[in-house]
Design a protein around this ligand. Structure first.
Ligand SMILES: C[S@@+](CC[C@H](N)C(=O)[O-])C[C@H]1O[C@@H](n2cnc3c(N)ncnc32)[C@H](O)[C@@H]1O
Length: 364
């Protein structure tokens, strides 16, 4: 959608994403929602949309979405920041933002409640609680006296997020259902966050009728996100093939994927797949990281054998999107099969480094 349709009288928004996924979230905002991205970095993407309504809550690669009250890249590290937070908060158009908030996120019945959240990363000359107090001073008079503070299920949440000199403040529009999908009823250890699985699917470039394989599927999050992607685009005929060597994972995936009707859900060894050569269009996979498996040596061995097998089952020019912790064993495993690198992203997932990469098999 062209950006000239953006109505500047509507409030700007921002989304929180896992670090390193900003570019992929920005692509979703611009291409699928016709938005205009103003700024992105450090796990935050600020944007405007042509319209503001509940559709916004359908973003799949972001963890949370907010109406922007104010943002700055110049928050001092010293306690002078507290004065700025208070001033910027006082000047923000809260009544307008609250109107939009109530339109998108209807107020629950009963006495209205609100909550203030302050998040801080980096070394600062003041404490998080001081930042939250400065936020509260700036909000004096915004909420009528009959509103009370309540941490659980507050009707309105005001968030302040500080990372070094960057700060954003706004009203949270999303709730936990945005990041925790209803399909995900069963979990396995190290199961992927659905927003990260959605990013993997965006990079896959899947088309109607394709065969998509996750041969170490855990609870099936990637295949579920792929199925939702196809459903939103009205494709009736995507073929989902998945498996895992762990029987509890296969049971979890059976439950999570039931409504998506996968063609294959098997207990198998990803390094010896019972699948024909050149049969798969996309391999989307999040193999175990080192700490989930044991020593570095057997991780090298697993990746080498798995890549060799994926190379066999992938059609010529097929694509693989892989998420691992340490890139080295994966790069060592891919070198012999000669795939060409398409995209690479360095992520931080729940505080740990991760490497997301897109590969293309040779077409000869
Ligand atoms: C990081 S988890 C995958 C999590 C998954 N993406 C999810 O969202 O739940 C890695 C999975 O690989 C599986 N696995 C490890 N080695 C395997 C092998 N040789 N063949 C098949 N599955 C394997 C594990 O049982 C585990 O479920």
């Amino acid at each position: 959608m062209p950006s000239h349709r953006i109505d500047r009288s509507l409030p700007a928004c921002y989304a929180m994403v896992h670090r390193g996924l900003e570019e992929i979230a920005a692509d979703e905002i611009t291409r699928d929602f016709g938005g205009e991205v103003k700024k992105s970095g450090r796990g935050i993407v600020a944007f405007r949309l042509p319209e503001l309504d509940r559709e916004l809550l359908r973003l799949r690669t972001v963890e949370d979405v907010f109406l922007l009250a104010w943002g700055s890249d110049e928050l001092p590290y010293t306690s002078e920041a507290l004065e700025r937070i208070e001033q910027w908060t006082r000047k923000a158009p809260w009544q307008d933002l609250l109107r939009w908030h109530h339109a998108i996120h209807p107020k629950p019945a009963g006495k209205p409640t609100y909550w203030l959240v302050a998040q801080m990363a980096g070394q600062h000359g003041y404490r998080r609680i001081d930042a939250r107090r400065a936020l509260a001073r700036g909000l004096a008079g915004v909420f009528p006296s009959r509103w009370r503070m309540a941490e659980a299920n507050a009707a309105v949440e005001v968030w302040l997020t500080i990372q070094g000199t960057q700060a954003v403040c706004g009203l949270r529009l999303s709730d936990r259902t945005m990041r925790h999908r209803p399909y995900k009823r069963e979990h396995v250890p190290a199961s992927l966050r659905p927003t990260v699985a959605a990013a993997i699917v965006r990079l896959a470039g899947t088309g109607p009728g394709m065969v998509v394989l996750d041969s170490m599927m855990g609870a099936g999050t990637i295949l579920a996100e792929q199925a939702e992607w196809a459903r939103e685009r009205g494709w009736p005929d995507l073929h989902l093939w998945g498996g895992d060597r762990d029987r509890f994972a296969v049971q979890a995936a059976l439950i999570n994927l039931r409504r998506f009707r996968p063609e294959i859900l098997a207990r198998w060894d990803s390094c010896q797949l019972p699948l024909p050569t050149n049969s798969v269009d996309r391999v989307l996979c999040n193999p175990p990281y080192g700490r989930q498996l044991g020593t570095e040596e057997n991780l090298h061995d697993l990746y080498r054998r798995a890549v060799h097998e994926w190379n066999r089952v992938l059609k010529p020019a097929g694509r693989a999107v892989l998420l691992v912790g340490d890139p080295r064993p994966l790069l060592d495993a891919i070198r012999p099969v000669g795939w060409s690198a398409q995209r690479q992203y360095r992520l931080r997932l729940l505080g740990l480094p991760a490497f997301l990469s897109v590969w293309r098999k040779r077409d000869d």
